[in-house]
Design a protein around this ligand. Structure first.
Ligand SMILES: Cc1ncc(COP(=O)(O)O)c(C=O)c1O
Length: 430
């Protein structure tokens, strides 16, 4: 009740109701209305940051306005903070297929991977294994324990990640005696390949290593049940496929890492109690890994976005639609002469990465952005373009994008037709 009084019990958060049961021809326009930035161009970069739901932005704005008017310091505000965190953990637990007690809130995928990596009491010469396709968010913590603690970092070459047997073979060779941690992505940011995490976890555990998974490009794009995967840590950002605010995320912590006090950072939030003599009792659940404060409205926003996806849009529908549309986008692009799709069709989620013959990725993306109004990104280490296909995209948008790619691919940077410029933009807008 306190929340509803604070935020206005009668506030309407969305203008059009989206429900999981609407037919697609009504549901897609309602969804796009609820995600205003999908009208700003062809939104193909949720792998960086997803479109924010109107409802989330509204809830955060109301929370901020309340904070401005009323302040953040009375005891009820503190109790609200605790409740909001619990709500956000519960929302993330529901998405990940686990109990809230296994969820620690974080400020992003990177922080979760760092917390997981530093949870091990590293000794010089201990081994950590990863792959050649990791994002700096997962790789950075491994670099740090190598530099700071003398761990040996082994990078398994899994190629593009296309062949699960080859991926397992490379990891089998890399996980040598002394390996304490295998840290890798579920879906690689670079090629969009989905890695066989359950089998990798079995292999790692059979050799005594823990497993930490970077779920930045999987959760919200495909069904993920962390308990079924059998991993020890699974890190998720809020701002990508879960359409939450930036600076939010969650870390799944299995029971295997809750029975010993492994946190590297400890402060007010990690403890159930701590006295002035520093006699402390960590929380028995995953809260033992939460060591810092959060921006309150963003915690509320994270829960809102996850709940909007689960309750109003429907996650099974989201996953089915992303799988179909991303698969079709990859197939359409592969048919364009001169285009090489690097994403494995059999093992993908929502990302599609491709190269266009005769083009560097940066000028190719510039042409595509200006000609189709797409929002996408390049993958510098592969010199490729990457799109993220969301459930809110339309078939028409993907066809328009494919036509843009076909135009670019049938030209070179020298022969591509001059693009007429709109006078008012050329002159700039003051
Ligand atoms: C695989 C992967 N890991 C980590 C990150 C970083 O996520 P965050 O900004 O939430 O730390 C990204 C994207 O930015 C990513 O694609």
């Amino acid at each position: 009740m306190r929340n509803s009084r604070r935020l206005g019990a009668t506030a309407a958060y969305h203008t059009k109701v989206v429900t999981p049961f609407l037919p697609d021809d009504e549901k897609i326009p309602a969804i796009r209305e609820a995600l205003p930035s999908t009208a700003a161009g062809i939104y193909l970069n949720t792998g960086t940051a997803g479109p924010l739901p109107r409802e989330t932005a509204r809830a955060m704005a109301e929370a901020e306005a309340w904070e401005l008017r009323t302040g953040r310091a009375d005891i009820n505000a503190y109790k609200d903070t605790i409740e909001r965190r619990a709500e956000a953990r519960a929302a993330m637990a529901a998405v990940l297929g686990t109990d809230p007690g296994h969820i620690a809130l974080t400020h992003g995928a990177t922080e979760g991977m760092a917390v997981a990596t530093w949870a091990i009491d590293w000794r010089p010469g201990d081994v950590v294994v990863t792959t050649n396709l990791e994002h700096a968010g997962g790789l950075g913590p491994l670099w740090a324990i190598r530099e700071r603690l003398g761990a040996e970092l082994r990078i398994a070459d899994i190629g593009t990640g296309a062949d699960p047997a080859a991926v397992l073979g490379a990891l089998d060779r890399a996980i040598v005696p002394g390996t304490r941690l295998v840290a890798l992505s579920h879906v690689t940011w670079a090629t969009g390949a989905r890695l066989p995490i359950r089998e990798i976890a079995e292999l790692a555990h059979s050799r005594g290593a823990l497993v930490a998974v970077d779920g930045a490009q999987s959760v919200g794009a495909m069904a993920v049940s962390v308990e079924d995967l059998g991993v020890d840590f699974y890190s998720v950002p809020g701002q990508k496929w879960l359409l939450g605010p930036e600076g939010t995320g969650a870390l799944y912590c299995a029971s295997s890492v809750l029975d010993t006090p492994r946190t590297a950072f400890a402060g007010y939030w990690n403890f159930e109690s701590i006295d002035l003599a520093a006699v402390g009792k960590l929380w028995p659940d995953a809260r033992r890994f939460e060591s810092s404060n959060f921006h309150g409205p963003s915690v509320l926003g994270l829960a809102r976005s996850a709940a909007w996806l689960s309750m109003f849009v429907g996650l099974p529908w989201v996953f089915e639609r992303i799988a179909r549309m991303a698969g079709e986008a990859a197939a359409m692009l592969a048919e364009v002469p001169g285009v090489e799709v690097l994403t494995p069709h059999e093992n993908m989620a929502g990302l599609v990465t491709f190269r266009i013959a005769g083009w560097k990725s940066t000028p190719a993306l510039k042409e595509l952005s200006q000609r189709t109004l797409c929002i996408a990104r390049t993958i510098p280490p592969l010199d490729a373009v990457r799109i993220s296909v969301g459930f809110y995209n339309t078939d028409g948008e993907l066809r328009r994008f494919r036509d843009g790619v076909a135009l670019v691919a049938s030209n070179t940077p020298e022969t591509i037709p001059h693009r007429p410029q709109i006078e008012v933009l050329r002159g700039g807008v003051d």
